[in-house]
Design a protein around this ligand. Sequence first.
Ligand SMILES: [Zn+2]
Length: 338
Amino acid sequence: MKTKYSKPLGDISLESEEWIANEDRILAQQSEHLASCEPSGIRTECLLCGLSLNDAPRFSHRSISYLSCPQCTHIQAEEILSDAASCFDGVYPALEIDLWQSRCNRIYTPKLQWILNELDSSWMPSGKCLREHWFEIGTGAGYFLGALKAAGAVHCRGIDADPHLVARANSFLGKDTVACTGNFGHAIEGSQANIFVSFFVLEHLSDPLPLIKSLRSKPAGTIFAFSVPTYGLSAILESAFGCHAARNLDNILHRQLYTDASIERLLRSIDYEPLAQWVFGQDALDFKRAILKPLLSTYDRKMFSYVEARLNDIMELLQGAVDISHLADARHVLAVKR
Ligand SMILES: [Zn+2]
């Protein structure tokens, strides 16, 4: 499998600044929501590989107990929350058209270009790829489909479980581009698409089995491109610094994280061969945020600005080292059905 490392952190500078501005509010919201959650059970089998979690290595993360599957290393909360408890409004704010477009261009066009470039060298030319039938699992507000349409693709469809996000996506993309359903397995089975994509969605599924079965049922040559958050520096910082709002493993929306081994396990389960991966994250920005927050109250303004500027100088180098060491907070994977 071909591996590409790193992506400029500047691409997400708007989102990063917004996160810093809202940090205290997000942290309070996370604590409040978690306090009101009632667990519905204890996990004894790995949600991904189904094997026993007896003797699994464990750690406490912001007072929640997590296990690392002894077989596939998938990281998962020991307590199971009901799906209703996992709803968390307010994390994804509504965007105006120009901000929506900016997000499509800065964040999702590079993902599409990576997919097209990798497929171009191994599967089919970009021009032909854009004429294929694409299906996005978990479209959110429709950013990737927006980037896909802007690149010239015609056959673009998607699904999402959140009716508000579906309405927003369709308002930008055109009526009926995205259907509202939480039954992803059924929707994938019914789709005639030959390119499936899914960005930061699989980690929300407390039972990924229906999705695994439906992707496994697809004909040989079907493409699946996806991204998942991974256990790396960002998650470790969130375990260590409770005063900083969690972006990676927030105990509510994200109660599981992939690892390189659990991604391999997923690919074996769906019977897809990995063609390429892109390893990059925003761990360095989380590192800066975690370090600066306590200093706000102990350093004067000039000294704080000096430290902030020095940290800014090392952001790209630091993230590059994190990425190449596979400690980045995410993986993008491109795979083909065997
Ligand atoms: Zn497992």
